[in-house]
Design a protein around this ligand. Structure first.
Ligand code: OGA
Ligand code: MN
Length: 354
């Protein structure tokens, strides 16, 4: 679970993958049925990793997506995106409003009202924007020693968004507003949890499918893992858990997914030790470098759209944190699948902290 373990992922990925992920070449040109590119009318898709991740070009974000393009993206979502799980769009030119509008075209949006209710001042003007920056409300660098600075450390562990809430996140759309200088870090890494499930030993797969474990997700648990001293007095069991099947079908791709994250505190029905052993085994398995792709943010307007119901992600960190502003804003789309609510009551309750 250490973050250092994966910061060198780029050097451990196969050469072809690495080149693709960090390619600075122009727009992808041709497509091959089995090759790295595919075209869908307007949009072009370039694969970034053997099993998931793609860079999409040819989408005009300067106006609301027309029905045809949206239909293409939806079709890609139903077919290819369902396979890719992570889509990178470069230099979209999106601003707060068009970012939110794009998210809204993909489903019902989550918002930050629970955080505001818990007392957080909002730097941004829209409740649909999750502030993923290292910037304080006065515009200066966020002091890493504050509660929010410490809470942000949880993002450095592989996770899915909002699995601790009654209704989990489906898509997340993270947009660059301002980046640290190149070479200072701040990349985002993704892990393919369907490929990870596929590769499990048969007996373990069988056990997981037969037992159908229920995982209890807690934001407090992952925060405590990431910042044990700061959150030493927090007891995750004092709060509600988000409860979801550990293995479940990713409906749009019809493939099984290991729905795991740093938020998983325990599995139902098991002794604590056995529960922790299974969680750690699966988490370590799913976060191996071979299942990862690391996305380098390059320009203002770069956007990554990912599906939290078949991938994990984490902030990779870097030297910028105490020196340079990194202004990233996220729009979060509630999951629309039949397992969106897991085993939770359908309430608007969400976990929040100032
Ligand atoms: C997020 C997140 C990682 C990053 O926006 O949900 O985890 O690199 N971001 O900022
Ligand atoms: Mn996240």
């Amino acid at each position: 679970m250490s973050t250092t373990q994966t910061t060198n992922v780029a050097t451990e990925m196969p050469q072809s993958t690495r080149t693709a992920a960090f390619s600075t070449s122009g727009p992808p040109t041709s497509m091959a049925p089995n090759g790295t590119n595919a075209e869908h009318g307007h949009i072009t898709i370039k694969k970034l990793h053997a099993t998931f991740g793609a860079e999409v070009s040819g989408v005009d974000f300067s106006r609301p997506l027309d029905d045809e393009t949206l239909a293409e993206i939806r079709a890609a979502a139903a077919k290819d995106f369902a396979q890719y799980g992570v889509l990178v769009f470069r230099k979209t030119g999106l601003d707060d409003e068009s970012h939110i509008a794009f998210g809204r075209q993909l489903g019902e949006l989550d918002d930050i009202t629970p955080y505001l209710g818990a007392g957080r001042a909002n730097r941004l003007n829209h409740v649909e924007l999750f502030d993923v920056s290292n910037i304080a409300t006065d515009g200066g660098l966020l002091n890493p020693d504050t509660a929010r600075g410490q809470a942000n450390k949880g993002n450095n562990l592989f996770h899915v968004d909002s699995s601790f809430n009654p209704r989990r996140a489906g898509y997340s759309l993270l947009l660059v507003h301002e980046l640290p200088p190149p070479g200072m870090g701040g990349h985002t890494a993704f892990a393919d949890t369907r490929a990870a499930f596929d590769d499990l030993p048969d007996d373990l797969k069988k056990e997981l499918l037969e037992r159908n474990y229920i995982a209890n997700h807690s934001m407090w648990h992952s925060r405590k893992l990431a910042a044990p001293d700061f959150f030493a007095d927090v007891e995750p069991t004092d709060y509600a858990f988000g409860r979801h099947q550990l293995v479940q079908k990713h409906e749009v791709s019809d493939r099984m997914n290991l729905y795991i994250a740093a938020h998983v505190h325990h599995l139902d029905w098991l002794e604590e030790k056995e529960s922790r052993r299974i969680i750690d085994t699966l988490y370590e398995h799913a976060t191996q470098p071979k299942y990862q792709v690391e996305i380098e943010w390059r320009d203002k307007g770069d956007l990554v759209l990912w599906d939290n119901t078949c991938t994990m992600h984490k902030a990779v960190g870097g030297d910028f944190l105490r020196k340079y502003r990194r202004d990233m804003r996220r729009v979060t789309v509630h999951d629309g699948s039949s397992t969106a609510w897991g085993l939770n009551d359908k309430t608007a309750l969400r976990q929040g902290m100032p």
